[in-house]
Design a binder for this molecule. Sequence first.
Ligand code: F0G
Length: 461
Amino acid sequence: MQSKRPIPPYRIKMVEPIRIIDRKEREKKLIEAGYNPFKLHSEDVFIDLLTDSGTGAMSHFQWAALMKGDEAYAGSSSFFRLEKVVQAITGYLYVMPAHQGRGAEQVVIPALVKHPGMVFFSNIHFDTTRAHVELSGARAIDVVIPECFELDHYHPFKGNFDLVELEKQINAVKAENVAGIIMTITNNSAGGEPVSLENMKGVRKLAQAYHIPVIIDGARYAENAYFIKQREEAYRDCSIREIAKWQFDQGDIFLMSAKKDGLVNMGGLIAIKNDRHLFELCQTRIVPMEGFPTYGGLAGRDMEAMAVGLEEALDLDYLTYRIAECEYLGNRLLEAKIPIQTPVGGHAVFVDCGAMCPQIPYDQFPAQAVCNALYLEGGIRAVEIGSLLLGRDPDTSQNRQADREFMRLTIPRRTYTLEHLDYVADCLISVYQKRHELKGLAFEYESPILRHFTARFRVVT
Ligand code: F0G
């Protein structure tokens, strides 16, 4: 029998109690946190939708694999097990673990910057990726399709590159100044929106014509492969593993935060298709930054858990439920007419708080105001992905204005039930009904970089 509600293809073996503190307590905690949910203690949060990064549940196979960890400093057998799994999934020859995604970025990105004034293109750079590009003295330019930010316009692959614009930009800066093209799959900052295989092939073709390396930022590559199977006619009957492999065929370098589709709480990966020179350069760089190349900042047991998690994330039943639960939450919000990015992406629902609270100007951070209201309403923690995250223009010191003022309701993997998501929807609907009463925020403290993590605010009255 077909159920109307998505059914998880796993059952619960171990539970972690959560509790909700009462409204008065929540008000106190939010004030103590300076109206910044990043500064809340997790025990004061009932349902934590801050991120899907490292917050998922491991399977019993992964927990069992931890016991096999070989903790040798060099040549750990756990590394060779992981290497084999990554080589089989990607087809890439060289593999190095890193402690997480940004660890992989700090090793590889500067290694691609050959001279000052170079540029990276991406559909949209994730914020740590952008930071590493800029720290390496290069510029980060996004070339996503314009439909990406037309929220209620249906497009099956809103994460796609604008190929015409990409070629135009390559010519404008000259190919020899392009350090790489970074394909972010799925495209986190735009709503976890997928990139089609056709589009990835288009990027590949351009990159080859201009001799530019292609980097796959594949934190959520398995979710992207699932969307390709669902939405791209030519691949409907192909397996997730086949599609994943074809995705990797379009790149030269794979960087991964394994805290997402690696289904682990900590870990990252670097894989290089066949460029031995680059591999040797990264091997040299990784030692002082992450650790010896066969552990890269991870314990042997972490690599064991990742080797198993990478396989589990390619399971069709797992992915079907994973994507369906995000869609379920999205549909509950759409029914209540709450403006969200559609179609819903792979790891989160992105709520358009600019549209929801037009009374709050962008530099008073409407999405942060809604995050705070949601915490007060139901002890739920979400995250701002808008002008607060974007920071200030380094030249003018003015607040940069995001395309959209998003609040991201990020769903950890295999962690919450549909009852939890129903509760989230109910609470947000209740906030939505009071949206006209919400007020903006002004800084009490603002750090010069990555301000969203540590800022403190007051409510503008
Ligand atoms: N690339 C993408 C697309 C990401 O989403 C992230 C992390 C990273 C790289 C960096 O990986 O955190 O392991 O160092 N995204 C998390 C998020 C933090 O909440 O979206 P990391």
